[in-house]
Design a protein around this ligand. Structure first.
Ligand SMILES: [Zn+2]
Length: 245
């Protein structure tokens, strides 16, 4: 029953615009309380305490048996990061992995870097609900893996200064059929800038794949940003800094 419903929702939203991605997941409160004791909690465009050890191998599990073709596409999109990092990816079947992917939900989201370790085993740490035939599939998957590597949203860069039409943004996200966001989630995922003195962030980059596409009706005046399909020069530089070879 549930699967059927999901399929129907996906079908209905197949042609929706690319604003479908993405929310950054936070570990449950209990897990967070535990982690705050021994790690820095400040947020940054890259969160130092949430990056994986350099040169380690990340085990990435497909939890719900996507088709070989679907899997191949996810792997290809994830591996676009490999030339710029010193990590290795090992893709496996089943429920055991540092990163655990579910393809059965409707939204697209991920935990930030090692936040994934705070989750109970057997639960997903990344949701890739996007239809593999969707034109933005590769972009969205690469973006979610950016989060899994520790990268935050570029549109929340402290220097971004996007002239948001906040009312329109709240309305848009609250009313979209697929994966609506509450005002609080909009604040966390769209508006709230990172202004952490400890942060590692390079200059604001409108071309970053971690920047959401922003349409003109979500801003005041004439301000829009297209969907960025490529890993930008700044994205590469950031990854080389946090995962040096
Ligand atoms: Zn995102």
């Amino acid at each position: 029953m549930r699967k059927k419903q999901l399929k129907q929702i996906k079908e209905e939203n197949k042609n929706m615009d690319s604003f479908q991605y993405c929310t950054l997941q936070e570990p449950p409160k209990e897990a967070k309380a535990k982690s705050l004791g021994n790690s820095r909690k400040k947020r940054a465009l890259v969160h130092y305490s949430k990056t994986w050890p350099s040169r380690s191998t990340l085990k990435i599990a497909f939890m719900d048996n996507p088709t070989p073709e679907h899997k191949k596409k996810i792997i290809a999109a994830a591996e676009r990061w490999l030339p710029y990092i010193s990590l290795k990816f090992e893709f496996v079947e089943g429920a055991e992995g540092h990163i655990r992917i579910s393809t059965e939900g409707v939204g697209n989201s991920s935990f930030l870097g090692t936040d994934a370790l705070e989750m109970f085993p057997d639960t997903p740490t990344m949701w890739l609900g996007i239809d593999p035939e969707h034109e933005d599939f590769e972009t969205v998957v690469t973006h979610e893996f950016g989060h899994a590597l520790g990268a935050m949203h570029e549109h929340q860069h402290p220097k971004a200064q996007i002239p948001w039409n906040k009312e329109n943004v709240y309305n848009y996200y609250q009313n979209r059929p697929l994966h609506p966001l509450s005002p609080g989630q909009v604040d966390d995922n769209i508006f709230t800038p990172f202004n952490d003195a400890d942060a590692l962030y390079l200059p604001y980059d409108r071309k970053s794949i971690m920047h959401h596409p922003i349409s003109n009706n979500l801003t005041l005046g004439n301000w829009a940003n297209p969907i960025n399909r490529e890993i930008s020069e700044k994205d590469k530089e950031l990854m080389r800094l946090i995962y040096p070879r």
